[in-house]
Ligand binder design. Structure first.
Ligand code: AMP
Length: 430
């Protein structure tokens, strides 16, 4: 065997747009995941986690051939067996597939589901836009096409932001109609834009033929100007969609959620119908982008072989929530998890301390240590750095006497107590 170090070994970096979640950030992740679970419990959503890989065709059929997600952003692979798969670029199609495949409709309707996990999009990385990111989502599938479910999805999203102390968010909301009124609106939109075809950006000139609604979504300066005079969707909704949208707004008023009507909001995925919405942190719309965003998708299930199934949902990027919390210096709730610090003096004590550590942890005591450090002073310094106020000191003498020293690190006062009384004594003092 050649033990010589290799010359110039290659160093590696994380793949562009993908990030390590370091220990210092874990408290944010814990907070958001725990909050998501608490909200889900209180609103009655149950977790469903589909696999990360699905057949790529699922997204072609649902998110839409013309959507950015399918056209530019999917990570796809061909398996040895010849299957063409995609790392999920979003959850909703996988949730819908799982709903059908597992006949969840038989488990009661509506099915209220939530998820929390990674999503992959080969997007241009920038602040708030990553290639691997994490989505929280809530979806209400089946049951009546009732606007109260749209309002409930918006309400749980609103609560997520308020509980995280992201103050004064903006909710933008629109209705993009149904199969009856949308084609008529699209026609009017195309007629309007045809007058300005030469002024459109390259993408929009193409979208005019394939997916004219997306013209309202374009961020290019020339296109933004043009949409100011584009026909307003809300004027063109059919009576049923108008009624549905009006009720959603009334429910929001009932729970005092303020909203802004935005008749240019269309969202980038093909499957939406009727209500669409996005929420932003105050002043962070341009810098970070949408936090929770979603809408109704009544026709999605039909595109993958199911019956017409009313559905509405939301997804929110966790990294974006954390970016806002950090930028606003929003403090996390302090977890009251008081610890003791176990110090050893000598080799035998180190061995016994290792055993004691296990038994204390098994009895629910949080114990910190620095057992690889030999000197008492060095160990106590670590305890001090971690802000721990109670130390347990085990030396040769204590081992023979089956005792242990318990020391208040603030006052310096200490006493030896029998080891059998240790747990009670710790509980009394913490
Ligand atoms: P979408 O699935 O495109 O409707 O996005 C839903 C939410 O996911 C957005 O509102 C963001 O909070 C988040 N999100 C979308 N794309 C990204 C990305 N590339 N990086 C981080 N978060 C994202």
């Amino acid at each position: 065997m050649n033990d010589k170090p290799k010359e110039n070994p290659r160093t590696f970096q994380a793949v562009r747009g993908m990030h390590d979640v370091l220990p210092a950030d874990q408290p944010y992740w814990d907070r958001i995941e725990n909050l998501t679970k608490d909200l889900a419990r209180s609103y009655g959503f149950a977790r469903l986690e589909p696999p990360v890989l699905e057949f790529a065709e699922l997204y072609h059929k649902t998110s839409g051939e013309e959507s950015d997600v399918v056209q530019k952003e999917m990570y796809t692979l061909r398996t040895k067996g010849g299957d063409f798969l995609a790392l999920r670029p979003e959850y909703t199609p996988g949730i819908a597939r799982a709903y059908l495949e597992n006949s969840l409709s038989r488990m009661g309707q509506p099915q209220k589901l939530f998820y929390f996990g990674p999503v992959f999009r080969h997007d241009r990385p920038q602040l708030g836009r990553y290639r691997q990111f994490t989505q929280i989502g809530f979806e209400t599938l089946a049951g009546p096409n009732d606007p109260i479910y749209d309002a409930e999805i918006i309400s749980v999203s609103w609560d997520l932001l308020s509980e995280l102390k992201i103050k004064n968010p903006t909710l933008k909301i629109n209705s993009i109609g149904c199969r009856v009124c949308r084609p008529l609106y699209k026609k009017q939109l195309v007629n309007y834009y045809k007058n300005y075809e030469k002024e459109l950006c390259g993408d929009c000139a193409e979208r005019l033929k394939t997916n004219p609604l997306r013209l309202l979504d374009c961020k290019e300066e020339g296109c933004v100007k043009l949409k100011g005079k584009a026909p307003n969707f809300l004027d063109k909704l059919c009576a049923m969609c108008t009624e549905h949208f009006k009720s959603v707004l009334e429910y929001l008023e009932e729970v005092a959620i303020p909203y802004e009507l935005d008749n240019h909001l269309v969202r980038g995925l093909d499957y939406y119908s009727r209500t669409v919405f996005e929420m932003y942190a105050e002043g962070a719309e341009a810098a970070i982008g949408a936090l929770p965003a979603g809408g109704r998708y009544d026709y999605l299930m039909e595109t993958i072989g199911g019956h017409l199934t009313p559905a509405v949902g939301v997804a929110c990027g966790v990294e974006r929530l954390i970016a806002v919390m950090k930028a606003r210096e929003i403090a996390l709730p302090v977890r009251n998890q008081k610890k003791v610090f176990l110090v050893h003096a000598g080799d035998l004590a180190k061995q016994k301390a290792f055993g004691l550590l296990q038994s204390l942890r098994a009895r629910g005591i949080f114990v910190a240590e620095s057992l690889a450090k030999e000197s008492l002073a060095a160990q106590l310094k670590v305890a001090d750095k971690e802000g721990i106020s109670l130390a347990l000191i085990l030396g040769q003498k204590e081992i023979y006497e089956k005792s242990i020293i318990i020391r208040d690190l603030k006052t310096g006062l200490q006493e030896a107590i029998p080891q059998e009384k240790l747990v009670d004594e710790i509980k009394k003092r913490l």
